[in-house]
Design a protein around this ligand. Structure first.
Ligand SMILES: Nc1ncnc2c1ncn2[C@@H]1O[C@H](COP(=O)(O)OP(=O)(O)OP(=O)(O)O)[C@@H](O)[C@H]1O
Ligand SMILES: [Mg+2]
Length: 239
């Protein structure tokens, strides 16, 4: 996808994030700039400790960068009050983690309804349960689900509010290859059906084949940022 001026949905400029002080200081994100257009599926690759989660958290308004500018939609994320940060996350963001973080004493349907709660434009939860292939699990508690079903529920919770941006941190990290594929097929479907922009962190090179763009990080820096000219559908990935 071409990066056009004015069409940028996420824009980062010279983002720096350090942890600790003095000799024990770590530069987790070291002067990163890039932009993402609406509707892109961007895969972020890089070794452990390269700063992927930190970068995702900065975009999600969870961590504050030491310096640099970041804009998502019309929100200046680097310069928000706590109240604005809550609103920004509520309006625009869905978050999916490697560990599903479901609420154990709520059913599948209730966990998904939590995501829709307070949203301006929530999706219909019954239709979503169908899309997720979770109709028969709707009234079960998470402990009675497989890992893949739990992650599908977590995706449901994240997309129920119909966010513009889905931030995924190793969403298939805890799953076997067949179940991983199901999850990736589902994320692809969300991107196609709702136009949701997806930024997905993974260790798995093979997953990057489904991306519109592949960004590689090392030691807090971007070492490669390229469009994928040969996009493979999630279904056809050989994981
Ligand atoms: N809260 C924190 N306090 C101190 N150091 C931190 C903190 N969070 C991250 N770091 C450090 O920042 C660097 C980047 O960490 P980050 O979690 O972003 O890496 P990552 O690429 O997500 O790694 P992984 O693939 O293992 O999840 C690491 O050196 C890490 O130890
Ligand atoms: Mg991480």
């Amino acid at each position: 996808m071409e990066t056009e001026r004015g069409n940028k949905f996420i824009e980062l400029q010279n983002i720096i994030k350090t942890f600790g002080q003095g000799d024990s200081q770590t530069i987790a994100v070291n002067d990163i700039s890039f932009s993402i257009n609406k509707g892109e599926v961007v895969v972020l690759l890089g070794p452990s400790g390269s700063g992927k989660t930190t970068l995702l958290n900065i975009i999600g308004g969870i961590e504050i960068a030491n310096s640099g500018k970041i804009k998502v939609a019309d929100h200046q994320v680097d310069n928000m009050t706590d109240k604005n940060a809550v609103e920004y996350r509520r309006e625009h963001l869905g978050y999916i983690f490697q560990s599903y973080n479901l609420i154990p004493n709520l059913t599948v349907k209730e966990n998904i309804e939590i995501g829709a709660y307070l949203a301006k434009n929530p999706l219909n939860v019954d239709e979503l349960l169908k899309d997720l292939g979770l109709e028969r699990q709707a009234n079960k508690l998470p402990m009675y689900l497989s890992g893949g079903q739990q992650q599908r529920t977590a995706i449901g919770r994240a997309v129920a509010k119909n966010p513009d941006l889905l931030l995924c941190d190793e969403p298939t990290g805890a799953l076997d290859s067949q179940t991983s594929k199901e999850i990736l097929v589902l994320l692809e479907k969300v991107n196609k059906k709702y136009g949701t922009t997806i930024l997905m962190v993974t260790h798995n090179e093979l997953i990057s084949q489904m991306a519109t763009r592949i960004i590689r990080m090392k030691d807090g820096q971007i070492i490669e940022d390229k469009a994928n000219d040969n996009i493979v559908s999630a279904e056809a990935l050989e994981l």
